[in-house]
Write a protein that binds this ligand. Structure first.
Ligand code: SAM
Ligand code: FES
Length: 342
């Protein structure tokens, strides 16, 4: 851990040793270091992102995901431009200065439609960041989004191990293309976020070591990790969920590896433990992402079972998180919350 903190780089065997050396004691030591490093960059400030889940149509069939195209039981929806703008207006009034547009890979939202959505938000909310999380596109499409005013892009690599990647996705998807997308996004100028699930089926210390090494190489600005949680209508319905302890440990490790990174305490973490998001912050995270989607569609963006906050209005989510953060000595701030670190 000391070497990781000082050199921000480890060999594969060293990663494996660190991953397999997780105990209550090493975890507590790690979280202390992680908090100190996070505070150096961000103090006790927590950034909020307003998540707008604008479509649950998806042309992909990822084995872990509840909105995969083969799930015939999913009730599909799309938000119109007007509905998206209403989410932004609600969010702005609540103090959000970053909007995250997330969805399945939905061909209905063509390049032109996305450009229209992005530029409309950009025109109306000059002081806000626009983050996209809509999967794999080609270079020109990403470039068009950037030119329309999008600032950030979230695309988890999911796993940096080839064999593991193929066990989580159908043949049509490849790790190679996922990585290419991330490099393209960086080159274009986006603040880029990647990440992976903890405890996804077939994950090993080896594959996790590769995840950490890929992150060392990519140097993303944001890193999202959360536990894998099974969904009853997927091929992984009987698989075991990722654990709170392991997820927290990786949040700590990522803070040491990438000290100035924006790291959320995710909704999935809040789903496997009632205080998961608070614990995520105490392990080194500095971002929370409450939901801004209309309550009428919340339950339909059903990535995994028992997802939290599906019945709450945006204001309730915002207030709930403000209180939760205050209870642990942190403060949610009204800010775009840009990347500060190296
Ligand atoms: N379609 C976009 C993409 O592929 O990046 C964004 C939407 S996708 C649903 C967002 C993230 O949800 C994925 O990157 C994945 O890591 C996470 N996710 C999907 N199914 C999950 C599950 N069963 N448990 C935990 N996280 C899951
Ligand atoms: Fe496309 Fe999950 S399979 S978003």
């Amino acid at each position: 851990m000391i070497k990781l903190e000082n050199q921000k780089w480890l060999e594969k065997a060293e990663w494996i040793q660190l991953i397999e050396g997780r105990t209550e004691q090493t975890s507590q030591f790690l979280f202390e270091r992680a908090r100190e490093i996070r505070n150096r960059y961000y103090g006790n400030e927590i950034y909020v992102r307003g998540l707008i889940e604008f479509t649950n149509y998806c042309k992909n069939d990822c084995f872990y995901c509840g909105i995969r195209k083969s799930n015939q039981d999913a009730i599909r929806y799309r938000l119109s431009l007007e509905e998206i703008m209403e989410c932004c207006a609600t969010g702005y009034a609540l103090g959000f200065r970053t909007f995250v547009l997330q969805g399945g890979e939905d061909p209905y939202y063509s390049k032109n439609r996305m450009v229209e959505i992005i530029s409309t938000i950009r025109k109306q909310y000059e002081d806000c960041a626009i983050t996209l999380s809509i999967g794999e596109k080609d270079y020109d499409e990403y470039k068009a989004y950037y030119q329309a005013g999008a600032d950030r892009y979230l695309l988890r690599h999911e796993t940096a191990d080839e064999t593991h990647y193929q066990s989580l996705h159908p043949q049509s998807l490849s790790l190679e293309n996922r990585k290419k997308c991330l490099w393209d996004l960086k080159e274009i100028g986006f603040q880029v976020g990647t990440g992976f699930m903890i405890g996804s089926p077939n994950q090993t210390s080896q594959s996790l070591a590769r995840d950490m090494m890929f992150i060392s190489e990519l140097k993303p600005h944001m890193i999202g990790i959360g536990p894998f949680i099974s969904h009853h209508k997927t091929p992984f319905s009987d698989e075991i969920n990722g654990t709170l302890e392991e997820t927290l440990y990786f949040i700590g490790l990522l803070r040491l590896l990438r000290p100035g990174c924006l790291i959320p305490a995710t909704t999935a973490l809040g789903t496997i433990d009632p205080r998961g998001r608070e614990k995520g912050i105490q392990a080194g995270a500095n971002v929370v992402m409450p939901n801004l989607s209309p309550v009428s569609v919340r339950k339909k963006y059903d990535l995994y079972d028992n997802k939290i906050c599906t019945g709450d209005e945006a204001a309730e989510c915002r207030n709930c998180l403000t209180q939760r953060m205050q209870n642990i000595g942190h403060q949610i701030v009204i800010s775009r919350g840009d990347y500060k670190g190296e």
